[in-house]
Design a binder for this molecule. Structure first.
Ligand code: SAM
Length: 259
């Protein structure tokens, strides 16, 4: 058993939580500083920034969140990097228990943008993909039904910790729900684990992305996602474009895809 497993099993949650957040600080801290002190394009006060950061930490204490605060703060930073005059909604693909959804919904409210949440609400769908290790050497397996959070659970998390009025929930597999979605997208957050799911999200969301908008993939540590994102043939054939500019590809869990 690894130290991590043993801690997870034996330490009381408050201690485990603090341990986890301290360990994540080298990644999270620079992103918090960037969000706090870089001038945003959409208007947000310093205190609203503090509110969003503290709520990220608060939500992770109460809701099972498989992401780091720095990653969510980067997503939020991207939301405030879009000029308020530019049209575009925020999209999340993959909400699990609603932790990331609640965090983004608070930012969506302050930015005055509608927030669309896509998920099966049944967890990872059946697939034929071969998984194994992530680029940091950790196990990365995504069996059918893993990361399941029901629509009721997600709504409950958002009602309690986020802003439910900003959200619209779109239930079903992306393959079925995304083709009819036609709204301009300012920022899209993809956290879907499978290459097939990421492919569907890119195929339907990238064409909707406004100029200057960003898609963020939370799965940049998974070799099959790196292969997809760097596949010239995929971008050309499915989207009729060259590989877009990306930050973090092959190095970080969160990859920022620009348009
Ligand atoms: C890792 S979880 C998301 C975690 C969440 N963003 C968070 O940070 O708390 C992955 C999610 O993707 C969803 N998902 C993956 N592929 C899907 C597909 N093809 N259609 C619908 N939902 C899918 C799963 O149901 C699951 O909720």
């Amino acid at each position: 058993m690894t130290i991590k497993d043993s801690l997870r099993k034996n330490l009381p949650w408050p201690i485990h939580y603090v341990y986890r957040k301290i360990r994540a600080l080298p990644y999270d801290f620079p992103r918090i500083i960037k969000f706090l002190f870089l001038k945003p394009i959409t208007k947000i006060t310093f205190w609203q920034k503090i509110f969003l950061i503290s709520n990220c930490y608060r939500i992770s204490y109460f809701v099972d969140c498989p992401h780091m605060e720095g990653e969510m703060i980067e997503v939020i930073y991207q939301i405030f990097s879009i000029p308020s005059g530019k049209q575009g909604v925020i999209v999340e693909a993959g909400s699990f228990k609603g932790g990331s959804t609640a965090k983004i919904s608070l930012a969506a409210k302050i930015a005055g943008r509608k927030f669309f949440v896509f998920d099966s609400f049944e967890g990872i769908p059946a697939h034929q993909e071969k998984h194994g290790k992530n680029i940091f050497g950790g196990d990365a397996y995504f069996p059918k039904g893993s990361y399941a959070g029901s629509l009721e659970e997600v709504k409950k998390s958002v009602e309690k910790f986020g802003d439910i009025k900003s959200c619209e929930f779109i239930k079903g597999f992306f393959e079925d729900t995304m083709p009819s979605f036609k709204k301009p997208v300012a920022v899209g957050y993809l956290d879907v684990d499978l290459a097939s799911s990421t492919k569907t999200c890119l195929k339907y969301l990238y064409p909707l992305l406004i100029n200057g908008g960003t898609l963020l993939s939370q799965d940049g540590h998974l070799p099959w996602i790196i292969d997809l994102l760097s596949d010239e043939n995929f971008w050309q054939k499915e989207l009729g474009t060259k590989i877009p500019k990306m930050q973090g590809l092959g190095k970080e869990k969160l990859v920022v895809i620009e348009k």
